[in-house]
Design a protein around this ligand. Structure first.
Ligand SMILES: *[C@@H]1O[C@H](CO)[C@@H](O)[C@H](O)[C@H]1NC(C)=O
Ligand SMILES: *[C@@H]1O[C@H](CO)[C@@H](O)[C@H](O)[C@H]1NC(C)=O
Ligand SMILES: *[C@@H]1O[C@H](CO)[C@@H](O)[C@H](O)[C@H]1NC(C)=O
Ligand SMILES: *[C@@H]1O[C@H](CO)[C@@H](O)[C@H](O)[C@H]1NC(C)=O
Ligand SMILES: *[C@@H]1O[C@H](CO)[C@@H](O)[C@H](O)[C@H]1NC(C)=O
Ligand SMILES: *[C@@H]1O[C@H](CO)[C@@H](O)[C@H](O)[C@H]1NC(C)=O
Ligand SMILES: *[C@@H]1O[C@H](CO)[C@@H](O)[C@H](O)[C@H]1NC(C)=O
Length: 384
């Protein structure tokens, strides 16, 4: 996308040599402000996945019928369509980006897990010359960052979207990456970080939450953004997503049945953007970078543990108008849905919830991004 825009710029200014940038602006950005590199990490993982007994829906009509079957109240979808669990193992490649502040490794490493509908570019979006980049904000506060395309998404390995790419296997991927980063066995990252924290967005927060419940010693603190444990709004949110078959679009033509995507820009807006608090150019850029979800992710989201054994500091940051976790109003209940998460942490660790005013589920894409990023950095500065 960016290369095409640059090509247009070069062609358009061909006779005004002085206007042609001396270097690729993207490289400029990378060289002057930070030190980033892309990595491919090989992981061998296994997990106990759910076994689904139906065939993934084929075509858009069947995808809609699947969503209607799944969301039918008292429809017993899981009972009718699953058959216990099985151990799934495999070797996969994870595409990641590692960044250090300009003067060398930061005081801690942040591992960032993106949510559904996006890839790792959610943390470092090129729109408006990276103005909205969470990564740049973290680097400026002297944190290193490791952000990756979740298993099954973006440039990471794909798999069977029904019985393979499920939360349990993705949690196992996060565990493998964290362990390898802790023991410096990721090729290309030599620094041994004493402090490693995790940040999630949305589904990435659910994975971070579930991962740190199972492996509390592997994280020093967590920031869960777009997070709440109340499932009341899951159905309306899923219907609002207006999902169709990813392979009905040319760019995902080769994807298997069972990869699902928003039908249009507006169905991304419904779930992720709050009225009048974002730049339409950013919504459009976010839509251009959307990534399909798997049916296995859709179906297994209600297997999130209700309690966590994690004992380190916990921050929850969610937008006031978050449609996915709060149905569009996080202040409608007392305590708020994000604050309610506190009781899930049975070890009673330090806990803080912050509600970002007038902001929707995709916090990083709203005008309030400096508030969101400031709250997270302040929390880590204080806690680790
Ligand atoms: C890393 O990969 C992303 C996605 O392909 C690309 O947009 C970006 O320019 C690459 N970054 C570096 C530092 O090579
Ligand atoms: C929806 O449910 C009906 C009734 O149980 C079933 O016959 C049909 O195969 C289901 N369709 C999809 C796409 O899940
Ligand atoms: C779901 O299961 C309950 C309890 O077994 C039953 O009463 C109900 O009729 C089932 N619903 C459907 C749509 O099959
Ligand atoms: C299968 O795994 C899910 C999610 O981890 C769990 O809730 C469920 O109890 C398991 N079922 C069986 C039959 O083991
Ligand atoms: C960033 O953190 C590193 C590692 O703790 C430290 O050596 C360095 O002085 C810090 N840089 C700044 C600008 O604070
Ligand atoms: C970049 O972000 C700042 C807030 O940090 C904002 O004031 C400015 O309008 C943004 N510029 C663009 C082009 O988005
Ligand atoms: C580092 O962690 C990985 C992943 O668990 C493991 O395979 C490897 O043996 C570990 N290496 C060292 C040196 O501990």
């Amino acid at each position: 996308m960016y290369k095409l825009a640059l090509l247009g710029l070069l062609v358009g200014t061909a006779c005004q040599a002085s206007m042609i940038p001396a270097a690729h602006p993207r490289d400029d950005h990378f060289n002057t402000k930070r030190n980033c590199r892309n990595l491919t990490v090989d992981i061998d993982i296994s997990a106990v996945n759910q076994v689904w007994t139906f065939k993934p829906p084929h075509g858009n009509i069947e995808v809609t019928e699947f969503i209607l079957n799944y969301t039918e109240p008292d429809g017993n979808f899981t009972e009718k369509n699953s058959n216990g669990n099985t151990t799934k193992s495999g070797s996969y490649q994870i595409a990641a980006t590692y960044c250090e502040p300009p003067d060398g490794p930061g005081k801690a490493l942040q591992i960032l897990t993106h949510g559904i509908s996006f890839s790792r570019s959610y943390w470092d979006h090129p729109v408006h010359n990276y103005n909205y980049s969470y990564v740049n904000a973290a680097l400026s506060r002297n944190y290193s960052t490791f952000f990756y395309d979740r298993l099954g998404v973006g440039e990471s390995s794909k798999g069977d979207p029904l019985n393979e790419i499920q939360p349990a296997l993705e949690i196992s991927a996060l565990q493998a990456l964290t362990t390898m980063l802790r023991n410096t066995s990721v090729p290309g990252i030599k620094t041994k970080y004493e402090t490693i924290v995790h940040v999630g967005h949305s589904f990435g927060s659910l994975l971070t939450y579930a991962f740190t419940n199972s492996f509390p010693a592997l994280s020093d603190a967590i920031a869960l953004t777009g997070f709440g444990l109340d499932a009341d709004f899951a159905t309306q949110s899923l219907l609002g997503d207006s999902l169709i078959a990813a392979n009905s679009f040319k760019k995902w033509k080769s994807f298997h049945d069972g990869y699902l995507i928003h039908n249009a820009l507006n169905s991304l807006q419904v779930g992720f953007f709050s009225p009048e608090n974002f730049d339409v150019e950013v919504l459009k850029a976010a839509y251009r970078s959307i990534a399909p979800r798997t049916i296995g992710e859709v179906l297994s989201q209600d297997t999130v543990p209700l309690q966590s054994q994690f004992g380190g500091p916990v921050l929850v940051v969610t937008g006031e108008r978050d449609a996915v976790v709060c149905g569009g109003n996080c202040l409608a209940t007392t305590p708020s849905i994000p604050k309610m998460s506190k009781s899930a942490f049975v070890k009673k660790p330090p806990f803080k919830a912050f509600i970002v005013p007038a902001t929707g589920h995709a916090l990083n894409f709203h005008y309030t991004f400096p508030t969101t990023y400031g709250v997270i950095s302040d929390f880590f500065d204080k806690m680790v």
